[in-house]
Every structure is written in structure tokens, then in C-alpha cells.
Design a protein around this ligand. Structure first.
Ligand code: GDP
Ligand code: ZN
Length: 458
């Protein structure tokens, strides 16, 4: 019986809406000759673009465009792939897609699910899991640095490092397991092979990769910042000042719907997702109440809350009362995530401020660099000399477990006499954890979860 992963599939591969060009993509393990003949009216040379009319079932031209056939296994998915490049109108593309679905009834072609083309590329060994994820991350990248790092992950930077660690682990496992078979010589054998030294070096390499992956995950996720504070303290001005310095392209976080009060800017290529709170006061107004509730959601989810104060009004009774009110409301937020910011330093000299407070001027830009550094610090960002690759929290977690099990293996190796069977078990667990990154040992439901977040046609 064929699994659904062997169904012929088709989808519009380009973004919805109008464009100069739109692409319908087909992938199938089965021969596509009858389908190609029906739609293109002729055979296609492999990997060569041919300009021709795409025919409807009645033989009329739906559109004229380029047809490209990539016979298996030399295609994105590793299956036979047909790409039809037509004019990028939604109706044309829907007609062409419908035509692909029925042109060869024997195929029983169906619509592709999100990410299904890439999932097949993974299943057919064209990409490993970390690379497949990098495809989505490249598409979703919100800064240039994130896009470049996704490109590096796609090219195999993370996978290559993981492969090197896996080879080291396999070597050690073989050594330990061979020794288990000859218990009378065990200690000598391990010593000769410098098993302890190898294990320690492996642990160092895992730790280094874990650090780089953490940075890669920050680059992917960015820093979530909330601006809090009374009206007129300078929240909008600060947002503009931070945004004003940037030159590169930024886009909002993909997949999240955000109101107009939030935007994404960047610091050193790290996306900074900033939302301005709609005030945090008690209110009778229904619309305002929704705004306040949304502010609280943003605050609960934030890496940093910037609590802004106005130096020109500090000390005034009305002002202090309002500030105390907001402070009270922020009391349920972890203090480590709240940064006290004193704005308008150009207009009023700061004095007697609480410890750790930052003074700045959104107007002159004074103090902004210190704020940027502080924000990066807050999420543990530091520049990585080896070049970054994008990573996900999933990779970080898997590396953490790898680190933990290698650490436990090391502890077993250091006992007197070494507990070889426990050591072998820990190394096996470390190997499994590492394999999750590239998909060597990945449960089907996790795969489903990962690929379902892709766009359709990818
Ligand atoms: P928000 O209501 O908190 O968003 O505050 P705004 O950004 O709209 O700023 C309120 C007022 O304070 C405006 O008139 C700004 O020009 C002024 N303002 C903001 N930042 C500064 C600053 O650093 N120095 C001075 N002198 N004025 C500022
Ligand atoms: Zn404002």
C-alpha cells in the first residue's frame, strides 16, 4: 500500500496575490509523461525551460508560460517534479492548479499540504531536518543577518557540526561497547585509547555548539520588547529613535498578527519586536480595555519591559502618583525583565535615580547605544566569531540533552572502577539526542509539527 507521502501532489508555489510570475509545482514518484503530454502537448527535455501554451482539458490555452521538468532523483523533492511558470494572477494559477490535479486521472493527484515538498526532500535524503527548517527560516527571516544565517544553516553549517560530533560519539560508543565485551582488560583499554580525554573534548565541542545555537536561536526569534509608561514620557519618540538608525530591511515577525502599535526593528541584525502599550490604566471604556488586556499579554510574553520615565516631571506629585500606579501593575512581572529608563536627559539633569536605571534622550540620541547594548545583554546575545547559523529552540534543547548525557557519561567514566555499562547507556542517549537535530531519530508527529508550519507550495 502506498503511504500518503507517495501521493502525487500539486500546489501553487508562489505567494498569494498578483505578481509578474506565478508557479504551480507538481511532485510525484510516478511517471509524469502522460500529465506533461496532456498539459504541454509535447514531451519536455529534462531541466530545460520550454515556452509553450498550457492546455485545458478542451485543448484551449489557459496561459502561455515556461514548463520545466526535473526527473527523479535530480529535483528539489527527489521525485519527478514539474514546474509551470505562468502569469501570476490568482485565477490563472487556480485554473492551472486544477488542470494539474485532473490532467492524468490515473495519478490521483492531490493538493499538497504546507511544507510537503520540503518534507519529501527530507524523506528522500535531499536535506536533513535542520536544513529543511532553515528553508522555512530563510523565508521567514526578518533581518538580513537572520536571512544570511538561515542560508548558512541551509548550506549545512549546523548539520556539519552535528555530524562531526556524531562521528566522535560513535567512535567512543564503539570503544566503550568493545571494552564491555572484554571486562578483564577494561581499564587498560580505555586508558590506551584516551577515552577520558576524548570524552572531555567532545563535551567541550558540544558546549561550543550549544552556545552558537543559542545565538542562532536569538537571531531567529529576536528580542521582544514592550514600552511602558505614562503618556508623553517619550515612548513613541524612543521607538522612532531606535528605528531611525537602522538601514537594513526589516519585516514584522512572520505568522503573528500585530496591531499598528508594534513594529520590528533591529540591533546588530537581531530583530527587535517592539510594542507600545496602550497605557495600563483602569478604564471604563470597552475599546481601551481591550487595548489594556493586549498590553498585558505583550508584557507577559516580553523579554524586556522598558519602563519609561520623564525626567522633566520626576518629583511632581501627579506624575509620581501615575508612575506608582504603573509600577504597582508591573509588580507581577519578574524585576529582571524590567528596565527603568529615564528619558529627556537633554532637558533635565538626572539625580537620585534608582540603581541600574538608564538615562537617555530620545531627542538627541544620547544614551541610546547603552540601551541597545543592554537589550542585547538581556537575551544573552554576543557576537560569534565563527559565523552564525540560524537555530531553533528545538536544536538548543537537543544539544542541552546531548551535553547532559555526555556529562553523565564522563561522571561514570571517572568512578573507580569506571561504570562501563552506565557510560555506554549515557553515550547512547547522547547519540539519540544529537540525532534529533538532523532528523535521524525524529518521531513522525514532530515531523508533522515542523512541516505544518511551512507555507503551502514549499
Ligand atoms: P509618548 O506619549 O510616551 O509616546 O511620548 P511621545 O514620544 O509622543 O513624546 C511626548 C513629548 O515629549 C513630545 O513632545 C516629544 O517631542 C517630547 N520628547 C520625547 N522625547 C524627548 C527627549 O528626549 N527630550 C525632550 N526634550 N523631549 C522629548
Ligand atoms: Zn506615544
Amino acid at each position: 500500500m502506498l503511504s500518503r507521502h507517495q501521493d502525487p501532489i500539486a500546489a501553487i508555489a508562489t505567494a498569494p496575490g498578483r505578481g509578474a510570475v506565478g508557479i504551480v509545482r507538481v511532485s510525484a514518484p510516478q511517471d509524469l509523461t502522460p500529465l506533461v503530454t496532456a498539459i504541454c502537448g509535447r514531451a519536455l527535455k529534462p531541466r530545460e525551460a520550454t515556452y509553450l501554451p498550457f492546455r485545458s482539458a478542451q485543448g484551449e490555452a489557459i496561459d502561455h508560460g515556461l514548463a520545466l521538468l526535473f526527473p527523479a532523483p535530480h529535483s528539489y523533492t527527489g521525485e519527478h517534479v514539474l514546474e509551470l511558470q505562468a502569469h501570476g494572477g490568482p485565477v490563472v494559477l487556480q485554473l492551472l492548479l486544477a488542470r494539474c490535479l485532473e490532467a492524468d486521472p490515473a495519478l490521483r493527484m492531490r493538493l499538497a499540504e504546507p511544507g510537503e515538498f520540503t518534507r519529501r526532500a527530507f524523506l528522500n535524503g535531499k536535506l536533513d531536518l535542520a536544513q529543511a527548517e532553515a528553508v522555512a527560516d530563510l523565508i521567514d527571516a526578518s533581518t538580513e543577518a537572520a536571512a544570511r544565517s538561515a542560508g548558512r544553516a541551509l548550506a549545512g553549517a549546523l548539520s556539519g557540526e552535528v555530524g562531526g560530533l556524531r562521528d566522535g560519539l560513535i567512535q567512543l560508543r564503539m570503544l566503550v561497547e568493545a571494552t564491555l565485551d572484554f571486562p578483564e582488560e577494561e581499564i587498560d583499554f580505555l586508558e590506551q585509547a584516551d577515552a577520558l580525554g576524548k570524552l572531555r573534548r567532545l563535551l567541550q565541542r558540544v558546549e561550543a555548539l550549544l552556545d552558537r545555537s543559542r545565538q542562532g536561536a536569538i537571531l531567529r526569534e529576536g528580542i521582544k520588547v514592550v514600552l511602558a509608561g505614562q503618556p508623553n514620557v517619550g515612548k513613541s519618540s524612543l521607538l522612532n529613535a531606535l528605528a531611525g538608525a537602522e538601514l537594513a530591511i526589516v519585516t514584522p515577525i512572520p505568522g503573528t498578527t500585530r496591531d499598528k502599535l508594534s513594529q520590528t526593528i533591529q540591533i546588530e541584525g537581531v530583530p527587535l519586536h517592539i510594542s507600545d502599550t496602550a497605557g495600563l490604566r483602569d478604564t471604563e471604556d470597552e475599546v481601551e480595555r481591550i487595548g489594556v488586556a493586549r498590553s498585558w499579554d505583550a508584557i507577559a510574553d516580553a523579554d524586556v519591559v522598558l519602563f519609561l520615565h520623564d525626567l522633566t516631571r520626576v518629583g511632581h506629585a501627579d506624575y509620581e502618583r501615575e508612575d506608582a500606579d504603573i509600577r504597582g501593575r508591573l509588580a507581577q512581572v519578574d524585576p529582571a525583565r524590567i528596565l527603568q529608563i529615564y528619558n529627556k536627559a537633554d532637558a533635565h539633569a538626572p539625580h537620585g535615580l534608582p540603581e541600574g536605571a538608564l538615562t537617555l534622550s530620545a531627542k538627541t540620541g544620547e544614551g541610546l547605544d547603552a540601551l541597545r547594548r543592554r537589550l542585547l545583554e538581556q537575551v544573552g546575545w554576543h557576537a560569534v566569531p565563527e559565523g552564525l547559523f540560524i537555530a531553533r529552540e528545538r536544536h538548543v534543547q537537543a544539544l542541552r540533552r546531548t551535553q547532559e548525557h555526555i556529562g553523565l557519561a564522563l561522571a561514570q567514566a571517572e568512578t573507580e572502577p569506571p561504570a562501563l555499562d552506565l557510560m555506554a547507556e549515557e553515550l547512547r542517549l547522547a547519540h539519540d539526542a544529537l540525532g534529533e537535530i538532523t532528523g535521524a531519530f525524529t518521531a513522525d508527529d514532530l515531523l508533522g509539527e515542523i512541516f505544518s508550519r511551512f507555507c503551502i507550495g514549499k
